[in-house]
Design a protein. Structure first.
Length: 263
């Protein structure tokens, strides 16, 4: 077994290696979220696509530590340190290394704050970040994500696109090594999706993203390095975005034809 380091001893890496070794997850009701999987992710931009129920969200939960593997192990490593997501003593550090984005979901406490800038500032205080550094981070993030003009607005006053952007900015505020994003543009129109994708992929941070938007992942300006296709709780394809989309569209056609034949 490898050595695992305490929170105080570990410097935050610039990027991470995510490793699943025979890792899978079965929910409490017996539903299989992901079958045992061997997978290593080191790339800066990774997309995950698949039909509803294919295991995308479960895989993301295993990667970001919000789900514990029922089998196997999930580790995060960088700059000589390794964390085990099943280890209680490593979990706080995992939370600092990995930012979590769930569609447009922002912490409930954000809705009780006087404004969105104060909400992010309060969350940063919990990380014991100095006043000047907090102000600089919020200013830079809000400028990048197009939130500067509504920094005094309440969270409930934001439209859906701005809530999506705020969810990403909030996840990045504590400067994680990587972010894991589950459908960060879900429900948005084409323009809103483009705004979210541009802001997400032009920020200099390692990103693992699950999406149904196949057009997004093949756009060259987003520089997706690698795409995984999930089906029936397995990784069934691992390759370039273009090849993955071709595989995925063929999978959808086969499913449609099989459903027609069975009808």
């Amino acid at each position: 077994m490898g050595f695992f380091f305490s929170r105080k001893a570990v410097a935050k890496p610039a990027s991470l290696t995510f490793t699943l070794a025979g890792a899978g997850h079965v929910y409490d009701d017996g539903h299989v979220g992901l079958n045992p999987t061997d997978l290593t992710i080191t790339e800066k931009r990774v997309a995950i696509i698949g039909l509803n129920g294919s295991g995308k969200s479960t895989l993301l939960g295993l990667l970001d530590g919000s789900l514990k593997p029922s089998a196997g192990t999930v580790t995060l490593s960088g700059e000589g340190a390794t964390l085990d997501t099943s280890s209680k003593k490593d979990l706080k550090t995992v939370d600092e290394w990995v930012g979590k984005v769930r569609r447009e979901e922002i912490p409930n406490v954000f809705y009780r704050a006087d404004n969105i800038a104060a909400a992010v500032d309060e969350s940063l205080k919990k990380h014991k970040i100095a006043d000047a550094e907090r102000a600089a981070r919020i200013g830079n993030l809000f400028a990048h994500f197009g939130l500067q003009r509504m920094r005094q607005a309440k969270a409930a006053e934001l439209d859906s696109e701005k809530r999506h952007l705020l969810a990403i900015a909030a996840a990045l505020a504590f400067d994680p090594s990587a972010i894991v994003a589950d459908e960060p543009s879900k429900g948005l129109d084409e323009i809103g999706t483009r705004h979210v994708a541009e802001a997400l992929f032009t920020y200099d941070k390692q990103v693992i993203v699950a999406t149904h938007d196949t057009d997004m992942i093949v756009r060259p300006e987003y520089a997706i390095d690698r795409t995984l296709v999930l089906d029936a709780q397995h990784v069934v394809f691992d390759g370039s975005p273009e090849e993955a989309v071709d595989f995925y569209m063929d999978l959808i056609r086969k499913r449609y034809e099989a459903a027609k034949s069975a009808a």
